[in-house]
Design a protein around this ligand. Structure first.
Ligand SMILES: *[C@@H]1O[C@H](CO)[C@@H](O)[C@H](O)[C@H]1NC(C)=O
Ligand SMILES: *[C@@H]1O[C@H](CO)[C@@H](O)[C@H](O)[C@H]1NC(C)=O
Ligand SMILES: *[C@@H]1O[C@H](CO)[C@@H](O)[C@H](O)[C@H]1NC(C)=O
Ligand SMILES: *[C@@H]1O[C@H](CO)[C@@H](O)[C@H](O)[C@H]1NC(C)=O
Ligand SMILES: *[C@@H]1O[C@H](CO)[C@@H](O)[C@H](O)[C@H]1NC(C)=O
Ligand SMILES: *[C@@H]1O[C@H](CO)[C@@H](O)[C@H](O)[C@H]1NC(C)=O
Ligand SMILES: *[C@@H]1O[C@H](CO)[C@@H](O)[C@H](O)[C@H]1NC(C)=O
Ligand SMILES: *[C@@H]1O[C@H](CO)[C@@H](O)[C@H](O)[C@H]1NC(C)=O
Ligand SMILES: *[C@@H]1O[C@H](CO)[C@@H](O)[C@H](O)[C@H]1NC(C)=O
Ligand SMILES: *[C@@H]1O[C@H](CO)[C@@H](O)[C@H](O)[C@H]1NC(C)=O
Ligand SMILES: *[C@@H]1O[C@H](CO)[C@@H](O)[C@H](O)[C@H]1NC(C)=O
Length: 318
């Protein structure tokens, strides 16, 4: 891809010499897993918010009302090899909740029914190693966060090359959004940051206006979020123009100079009206979903809440 040549500013490479935790094409988190959703804390689906349709591994408590877990896989068959729909490490508080597939929960006295009753015979046999998954997710997130951006969305939604000389052999297209708080002192040069203005905070974003996205390689959307802040993604369809693409949305906490903050945490309010597909890697994020659209691919997060109203107040804080 050769879109636009930038000012020939030279600077030292900032990319850490980190070994990849696993190559992304074979990464067990994304491509070799039973679970569409992995949540390291509590999962809460308020009444009548069917926003996530995949299988779920929840390390914390599971609270749901009127939810079908693993709705994506309606023809689960527990006669032959067992297929799992839900695993919960904490307590369950469920009403009118249906699970497609077998479950691994400590306490099944609750309001869960099975589409295939044969699945109820397999209630405590699939161990999920949440600590191992968390380590893998944070390692991968940190690794991707340390990669140098090579494509940039400019103010106004203009797509351009991120690098002056294209001798990069990076295996992904990498965008890094949200210039850090202390502009001019950020861990990467300001001009390599993509503008979130139209794609995440706009209204009717339809993709970059000058050209389509390059989609012949996997796309990494690095989205650093200041620790303890709330990132409200409010564009109707941030994924416009990316329908055919394989994307990793990597959301991670940073400090005011944009450096990855291993202790950090933040809230991501998905207030879009359309779907976000592919892979969402946000092991430090408390995700809040409005009641439109949703995540249609894989979702890795610290905490999950789907709300039946767009009203959001401080009670949902970190
Ligand atoms: C994928 O799963 C298979 C079977 O459980 C396992 O043998 C293999 O090592 C896994 N691959 C990765 C990349 O984790
Ligand atoms: C899970 O629920 C139990 C019982 O209601 C409660 O004591 C515990 O604090 C909850 N855990 C979390 C992480 O919210
Ligand atoms: C379920 O799996 C068993 C064993 O593999 C098979 O005999 C049966 O036909 C399957 N049932 C359905 C409805 O697919
Ligand atoms: C099982 O769930 C019931 C109802 O929610 C609760 O009263 C009970 O304490 C739970 N038992 C255990 C061992 O967690
Ligand atoms: C559970 O397994 C037992 C023994 O294999 C079988 O008799 C029973 O019908 C099964 N129950 C369901 C709901 O499939
Ligand atoms: C799942 O099953 C295994 C084996 O029975 C058990 O050790 C584990 O605690 C269960 N729960 C989870 C959430 O993995
Ligand atoms: C966005 O699109 C909707 C539906 O097409 C339209 O009603 C609305 O006016 C548009 N908003 C802006 C700011 O263009
Ligand atoms: C973030 O909030 C937590 C809890 O209030 C606090 O302990 C921590 O110091 C805060 N971190 C930063 C970087 O502000
Ligand atoms: C941000 O974190 C980096 C790496 O830990 C550190 O070097 C830098 O001083 C921090 N910046 C601020 C403003 O705290
Ligand atoms: C979320 O979106 C709704 C509908 O567009 C809007 O009314 C509301 O103000 C938004 N909430 C936030 C916190 O941006
Ligand atoms: C979940 O499934 C329902 C019913 O098929 C569908 O209407 C909804 O769009 C799906 N949502 C997501 C986020 O996939």
């Amino acid at each position: 891809m050769k879109l636009f040549v930038l000012l020939p500013v030279l600077f030292a490479l900032i990319v850490d010499a980190l070994p990849p935790p696993d190559t992304l094409s074979t990464n067990a988190l994304f491509y070799n897993t039973t679970w569409d959703g992995i949540i390291f804390g509590d999962f809460t689906a308020q009444a009548n918010t069917q926003r996530f349709n995949g299988s779920l591994a929840i390390q914390g408590n599971f609270t749901a009302s009127g939810l079908t877990v693993n709705n994506r896989h309606r023809t689960i068959n527990c006669t032959g090899s067992i297929e799992y729909g839900l695993s919960v490490g904490g307590q369950i508080q469920a009403q009118n909740t249906v699970v497609n597939g077998a479950v691994n929960v400590s306490n099944l006295t609750s309001g869960i029914t099975f589409t295939d009753q044969k699945c109820s015979n397999h209630t405590t046999s699939k161990h999920v190693d949440f600590n191992q998954l968390y380590a893998a997710a944070t390692d991968l997130s940190y690794y991707l966060a340390s990669q140098r951006p090579n494509v940039v969305i400019r103010d106004g939604g203009f797509l351009s090359d991120g690098q002056f000389d294209a001798d990069s052999n990076q295996e992904f297209y990498i965008f890094t959004f949200n210039k850090c708080q202390k502009k001019g002192m950020c861990v990467i040069p300001d001009y390599l940051y993509s503008s979130p203005e139209h794609i995440f905070f706009g209204t009717n974003w339809t993709g970059p206006w000058n050209t389509g996205y390059p989609i012949d390689k996997r796309i990494i959307f690095n989205i650093p979020i200041l620790t303890n802040s709330t990132f409200t993604m409010s564009t109707n369809n941030p994924a416009a123009g990316l329908e055919q693409a394989d994307i990793v949305y990597n959301l991670y906490p940073v400090n005011s100079t944009g450096a990855y903050d291993p202790q950090g945490h933040f809230v991501w309010f998905r207030n879009t009206t359309s779907f976000i597909g592919s892979h969402v890697l946000a092991p430090k994020a408390s995700i809040i979903e409005n009641n439109k659209g949703g995540f249609t691919g894989q979702l890795i997060a610290a905490k999950y809440l789907s709300i039946d109203t767009v009203y959001l107040d401080d009670s949902h804080a970190v």
